[in-house]
Ligand binder design. Structure first.
Ligand code: AMP
Length: 147
């Protein structure tokens, strides 16, 4: 039986950094003959508005960002011959959504980058450290170099 039958890959579209994380996850999935699900979290744009009730434009923006993210995830599956891999998009706080989706979908391993768009200055980015603290399954933080 495979050690990690279902791997959840968190993709933030941060270019070269995201490519390193995707490459590792694809390699691992092949090695473990695992199912690989791809997830992007659209950071809730309503949070940018000071009012209590989010503006309709915020919902529309989230919807459009989600559609575009799904298309980008699908392009990654085509590029890596991962046809059939679920492409998941959620709206919210990345660390919380990554952990929630992993639990809901029964993922055995979460793969993410040690750093993404939220800063290379830290030893471990905020999403990686949040997921490590909150996840109920194993987590692989792919080391992203600062060079
Ligand atoms: P960061 O906390 O931004 O340094 O990101 C670290 C890693 O968390 C990234 O390399 C991604 O794997 C993952 N991540 C960050 N933001 C998102 C997001 N919005 N959706 C999916 N994964 C994310």
């Amino acid at each position: 039986m495979a050690t990690y039958p279902h791997i959840l890959l968190a993709v933030d579209f941060s270019g070269e950094e995201a490519d390193q994380v995707i490459g590792k996850a694809v390699e691992l999935a092949r090695l473990h003959q695992a199912r690989l699900s791809l997830l992007h979290v659209v950071e809730y744009s309503g949070a940018m508005y000071p009012g209590e009730i989010p503006l309709p434009e915020a919902f529309d923006l989230d919807r459009r960002l989600a559609e575009s993210a799904r298309a980008r995830l699908e392009a990654i599956t085509v590029q890596h011959a991962l046809e059939g891999s679920p492409c998941l998009v959620e709206v919210g706080v990345p660390k919380r959504e990554i952990v929630r989706v992993a639990q809901e979908r029964g993922a055995d391993l979460i793969v993410l980058g040690s750093h993404g768009r939220h800063g290379l200055q830290l030893l471990l980015g905020s999403t990686a450290s949040g997921v490590l603290h909150l996840a109920g399954c194993d987590v692989l933080a792919v080391r992203i170099g600062s060079a």
